[in-house]
Design a protein around this ligand. Structure first.
Ligand code: TNX
Length: 485
């Protein structure tokens, strides 16, 4: 069955079908683009080759399928316009990033099955841009490590839904997953065998692997957001370096799923030497604007110590050229102007986030009962936790970030993020099972205008993804909420 223009996730802002103007992909089809548009055009040509089996050359001049960058500072960099007529397809955007967003729309208009002839693209015009600039996914590498190939695969899949940030939770009580020059035991000891939950593991990213991953993500217009969780969630640090405990006595290695029992010693100077080395190193390896410093569940740090620590550490992000993101607990302290609290709580509570928003801080919304991809779908889910409740696909969609917290309106939101913690996960296939189809629902919340969102429409559009994910080898949960096609 031919796709309808607009059968796309996330749903575009404006869709004007013109059924008299379908474009038929002929064997001599080519893709035309030059300059900044060339890389995205090359990718489009590859997708068309796979779908059609035709040669689909990419040419510099005019062609039936044409991509153009038209600079326009007034538009979102992710804006694009897709025109499909009987004579051809034109994709325009103010940046290559916008073209890439348009490419994700275009590829969903191709049939899921490859080599399906004749192949028509539905006629009409789509004009589109995001509601929020930040649409994120988070993956926990500390409780279970995922190798670069798995991470690249996940990036490929999430980018199809216009997710544009991947937050990597690189450190926790169990493991430390990024090589830090000068502190080799972090990864030699706490990235070694048995450092995942219940002894899974080993693994860490070398600085080179991390840099390569960041560069790969950039080709998908995904910004990597590295997280170093401080001052709690640090047992792996203290197991590797006993001088970073309060009394200098070595701690036991721990790979259970408890939280809140570890803390860096707030009164020891070596803590700040360590933290500054780590922040400087991570900042130097990361071209993106953000550095996540954790700050959550520091139950073994007193409120006063937490303030002392954060007041000293938060400015270090700025010192090395980054904006600090932290879990919303950090809003209890006076934040540097550019700092971004990430809200994860189930119930609205006075955590200082509304105060921070009133003071002009941007906020990322990740409420656990809606956006946590590690929550079970229902009682029968073989993977996942349930402390924030069961999160069906509908529940992950049927909420709005601007309604979540009094005092944190639309204008205060940088965007939304769907975190995936790994305590119960052991493979990329497990990650995919938890993320799909809920991550596309969150992606739509972050992109599509609120008034245009509709669960019945999303259900229908998700159903069409079954064959696509099968063709791509992507695991997903065949939730009974969706009539899979
Ligand atoms: C809470 S919410 C955590 C993580 C756990 C997760 C499991 C938050 C910022 N921290 O340490 O992995 O729950 O769902």
């Amino acid at each position: 069955m031919m796709r309808q223009l607009g059968d796309v996730i996330p749903l575009p802002v404006s869709v004007r079908p013109d059924p008299s103007a379908d474009f038929r992909i002929a064997p001599d089809v080519s893709v035309g683009a030059g300059g900044e548009a060339a890389a995205v055009a090359d990718e489009l040509a590859v997708l068309l080759r796979q779908a059609t089996g035709f040669a689909v050359p990419r040419v510099a001049g005019a062609a039936p399928i044409h991509l153009v960058v038209e600079e326009d500072a007034a538009k979102s960099p992710e804006h694009y316009r897709l025109d499909v007529t009987a004579g051809g397809v034109t994709l325009r955007a103010p940046t290559a990033q916008g073209l890439f967003a348009g490419l994700q729309t275009f590829r969903q208009l191709l049939p899921a099955e490859t080599g399906t002839a004749p192949m028509n693209i539905p006629g009409g015009r789509i004009e589109d841009e995001p509601r929020f600039p930040y649409r994120g996914a988070m993956l926990d590498l500390a409780r279970h490590f995922y190798a670069p190939a798995d991470l690249r695969s996940y990036i490929d899949t999430i980018a199809q839904f216009k997710i544009n940030h991947l937050h990597l939770h690189l450190t926790d009580d169990q493991g430390w997953r990024l090589e830090i020059a000068g502190w080799p035991l972090l990864t030699e000891v706490s990235g070694g065998e048995g450092t995942g939950v219940d002894g899974a593991g080993p693994g860490f990213l070398t600085a080179r692997e991390y840099t390569d991953l960041v560069a790969y993500a950039a080709t998908r217009f995904v910004t990597i957001v590295p997280e170093i969780d401080l001052p709690g969630h640090v047992n792996a640090v203290q197991f590797a370096y006993p001088e970073l405990t309060a009394d200098g006595v070595p701690v036991q290695q721990r790979v259970d799923a408890e939280v809140g029992y570890s803390s860096l010693p707030i009164g020891k100077e070596i803590t700040y030497t360590f933290v500054e080395d780590v922040i400087r190193t991570v900042a130097e390896l990361t071209p993106g604007p953000y550095l996540h410093i954790g700050g959550d569940e520091a139950f073994s740090t007193t409120a006063e110590d937490y303030r002392t620590f954060m007041s000293r550490v938060l400015p270090l992000a700025g010192k090395y050229g980054k904006r600090a993101i932290g879990w919303h607990e950090m809003a209890a302290v006076d934040l540097p102007a550019s700092a971004i609290p990430q809200y994860w709580r189930i119930e609205p509570a006075d955590d200082g986030v509304a105060r921070a928003a009133a003071a002009g801080h941007q906020v990322i919304m990740s409420p656990a009962d809606r956006s946590y991809l590690d929550m079970k779908y229902d009682e029968s889910s073989p993977l996942g936790l349930d402390w924030a409740g069961l999160v069906s696909v509908e529940r992950s969609y049927d909420w709005d970030p601007a309604d979540r917290l009094p005092g944190v309106p639309e204008e205060s939101l940088l965007g939304v993020e769907a975190p995936l913690w790994s305590e119960t996960l052991r493979s990329l296939s497990d990650v995919q099972f938890m993320a799909f189809p809920r991550l596309p629902a969150i992606a739509e919340i972050g992109w599509t205008p609120r008034a245009a969102r509709d669960w019945r429409s999303l259900r229908r559009r998700l159903a069409a993804f079954g064959p696509r994910w099968e063709a791509q080898g992507v695991n997903f949960h065949r939730s009974a909420e969706i009539d899979w096609s």
